[in-house]
Write a protein that binds this ligand. Structure first.
Ligand code: ASP
Ligand code: MG
Length: 412
């Protein structure tokens, strides 16, 4: 017997019919002898509808009241799912975040979980019930309702799994696992059997939207095994999904590269001809950071004749703001010119095997060169190599890299 936490997202509970299907799936796990806690999102579209409703009354909604409103979507789903379970003869009880006592800080709309009282849940499980918990919400020390940020139900599920020391946290969604790359770009992309937390974090930060990034961090930190599965597959014919776990737990020989990730949400700014002296990076990036703009890649060229060039990337939505900031500091730092490009994209190869294998970067660069794709910036971490290229070539780059690293082939 295992203790399993399952999380069903908005699409999976998007209609009464789908909720009934979820109930059947949950019941099938319980019938196998497992204890099951289910964490649910609001029905798809519901959170957006609630937030829009709030904004009709108050253009800039008060954040405490916004959480009171936004958290109700999940409350509907827990009631409906518990009823659906009862209807098929399964004992079930629903809890809001506050009823469990998922204690958070008081940062409304983006609260962080600080503790979970697992007593109620354990008690019900021991009595043979399925426990259904509202995702995305908690309560602060003063009893105010809080929410955890969009997509926060993943984090709720992981946190509950950690508190209960569950054997596995299963995230049911509308895809059947984590893929080597986006199958819409590369139809030969394969589902990964396993991926490490580190790889998943790199892929999530690069725009692979399967899991909320905070939930992956949380799971890694608290050693919760996560599995991504599809809730849309026929009952009894489900695939195994993708297990996100620790390198030391992966028994099979791991491929060197696990995936090709990419992000279109990028823009590049370059400051040309700045004096090559201490403090210049700070003078350029300080004001950018103060405006809460998230800087990603940074490159400073080798200086000559006492001056140098400095480039960095920001999310595309912040391009105009960052350009305006640089225009303001230009005179003061003594820069010759500011240029920029918001039609760039970042492509990365990700894999823990890079630690023990050489030649990955050269293979990546050769593959891109053979297609005539120019690399504008490069950055690396221990398990990732990223390049910035012209957005026009993004899909081509992803396709050729996927092939070059043989990701379309089942590992031997
Ligand atoms: N319902 C919330 C949202 O849409 C939380 C979630 O789905 O994870 O962001
Ligand atoms: Mg979601």
């Amino acid at each position: 017997m295992a203790l399993i936490v399952q999380k069903y997202g908005g699409t999976s509970v998007g209609s009464p019919e789908r909720i009934k299907n979820v109930a059947k799936r949950v019941s099938s796990w319980q019938a196998k002898g497992h204890q099951v806690v289910v964490v649910v999102s609001a029905m798809s579209g519901e959170t957006n509808r609630l937030i829009a409703l709030a904004k009709e009354v108050q253009a800039h909604p008060d954040s405490r009241e916004l959480d009171v409103i936004a958290s109700t979507g999940e409350q509907v789903t827990i009631g409906l799912l518990s009823m659906a379970l009862m209807e098929i003869g399964v004992k079930a009880r629903s809890y809001t975040g506050g009823q469990v006592r998922i204690l958070t800080d008081s940062a409304f709309t983006k609260a962080r979980i600080v503790g979970i009282d697992e007593g109620n849940i354990k008690h019900d499980l021991d009595n043979g019930s399925v426990v259904v918990v509202a995702g995305f919400q908690g309560v602060d020390a003063a009893g105010n309702i809080t929410t955890l940020g969009r997509g926060g139900s993943d984090t709720s599920a992981v946190a509950i799994a950690a508190a209960l020391k569950a054997d596995e946290c299963q995230i049911y969604t509308d895809v059947d696992g984590v893929y080597t790359t986006d199958p819409r770009i590369v139809p030969e992309a394969r589902r990964l059997e396993t991926v490490t937390f580190e790889e998943m974090l790199e892929m999530a930060s690069l725009g692979s939207k399967v899991l909320q990034i905070r939930s992956v961090e949380f799971a890694g930190k608290y050693k919760v095994k996560l599995r991504v599965l599809s809730s849309l597959e026929e009952l009894g014919q489900e695939g195994p999904g993708t297990l996100i776990t620790f390198e030391e737990d992966i028994k099979m020989e791991q491929p060197i590269i696990s995936g090709i990730a990419f992000n279109r949400d990028e823009a590049k700014l370059t400051v040309l001809g700045v004096p090559d002296r201490p403090g210049i990076a700070y003078q350029i990036l300080g004001p950018v950071a103060e405006s809460n703009i998230d800087v990603d890649m940074i490159i400073q060229n080798v200086g000559h004749d006492g001056s140098t060039d400095f480039s960095f990337t920001v999310p595309r939505g912040e391009y105009a703001k960052a350009t305006a900031i640089l225009a303001q500091v230009k005179g003061h730092i003594g820069a010759r010119e500011i240029t920029g490009d918001n039609k760039i994209a970042k492509v990365s190869v990700v894999g823990v095997g890079m630690r023990s294998h050489v030649g990955i970067a050269s293979k990546m660069f050769r593959t891109l060169a053979e297609e005539g794709i120019n690399i504008q910036m490069i950055s690396t971490s221990e398990i990732k190599i990223s390049v910035v290229i012209d957005e026009k070539y993004l899909e081509l780059a992803v396709r050729v890299l996927h092939k070059a690293f043989e990701l379309d082939q089942v590992p031997a």
